[in-house]
Design a protein around this ligand. Sequence first.
Ligand code: UDP
Ligand code: MG
Length: 346
Amino acid sequence: MARAPAPRKEMLATVTEHSKPTKMAIAARSDNGAPVLISVVAPCYNESETVDLFVDAIEKIVADADFETEIVFVDDGSRDDTRARLSRLAESRDNIRVIALSRNFGKEAALTAGVDHARGDAVIVMDVDLQDPPELILDFVRKWRDGFDIVYAAREDRQSDTAAKRATASWFYRLFNKISAIKIPENAGDYRLMDRRVVEHIKALPERTRFMKGLFAWVGFQSIGVPYVRPLRAAGETKFNFWKLWNFAIDGFTSFSTAPLRVWTYFGALVAAMSILYAMVIILQTLIFGIDVPGYASLLVFILFFGSIQMISVGILGEYIARLFAEVKQRPIYIVDDIVDGPKTH
Ligand code: UDP
Ligand code: MG
């Protein structure tokens, strides 16, 4: 049976959301005075097939808008002709810039680079494959003018994802929100608008492990979701396989929770208490029934069990230590190879 389309209501479910902004919309966001500039930041990795579609779609949406738009593309070390195509676009328009990174640094680093180079009064981050529908930009700006600092796109369903991806994503969000003090809405991706002051706070975060969804939530401010149905990729293919997503999830957990480290203290205490009880049972048995030889199987099971538990806990320590190592080295998050600007700015 076909499902009736859900009404386009505003989503107001998570901790940082408010139905109404508590402060007045600031003057810079209204229509009087100079037009506001909205930056659209889009990271691209091997997106040769989608970049032109993306620019067409954005231009169509903002054609009659009462704000100005700049598009900041980040070429994340593409191996196809994405960079050449982006440069051509930038050279033919005065509102497109390309930040070309020196190699592939990953989507989170590319997003960071884009946000760092955006000049708008508000910054929208979105994927270039049109899975983030450009029409929402107008809704985002409207809500931002109402006074919200963050307006994010809230997926109403994830039919465009495979069943396995939906299930693992749902487990991830549930576990994340249980063990982290910072909650991230389960239906939100990266697609969002952020006010300039939010952007400045995000830019000031020095960490190297950039789990952007977490960082966007961490800075706080008033946010609201705009519901949408996530379409399929316009062209090309996904850059995220299971292994990449798995490591991304570990980045998320380790960046926002110490629970995986601390759980071993309590687990150890529980096992110690059980061991004492078991030791007493064995002592009593030996005193009453004499020395008993069997026990080889149970002994082996215990050794294997506790050996593996110890290795897992050392492995989890390793996950944190590896990230500490990356942080203390203080390497930059990305390296810019070249910036291609529109004709006006030359
Ligand atoms: N992306 C990137 N660097 C990477 C991988 C992806 O900049 O190393 C970009 C990609 O070009 C796209 C966005 O991140 O604009 C989302 O990627 P994708 O559509 O493959 O992810 P999915 O939607 O399948 O989760
Ligand atoms: Mg995509």
